[in-house]
Design a protein around this ligand. Structure first.
Ligand code: ZN
Length: 65
């Protein structure tokens, strides 16, 4: 038999946990335009990531000979 939780989590405990999920998003200022963006995600305003413009780059297709 699978183990079961002994007590259900209260509404407050559930809401406290879910509130912390949104707080975990890390905002940093973009190095190019200075706007707040999520870290480790390409800037929505200017398309820069780690000081480089990555918006115009196209993915290089790998073809087998
Ligand atoms: Zn930017």
């Amino acid at each position: 038999m699978a183990s079961e939780p002994k007590r259900r989590h209260s509404k407050g405990r559930k809401r406290t946990r879910r509130a912390a999920i949104n707080l975990a998003v890390n905002l940093v200022a973009c190095k190019n335009c200075g706007k707040l963006t999520k870290s480790h995600i390409v800037c929505k305003e200017c398309g820069f990531y780690h000081g480089k413009d990555v918006s115009s780059k196209q993915k290089v297709k790998v073809t087998k000979a």
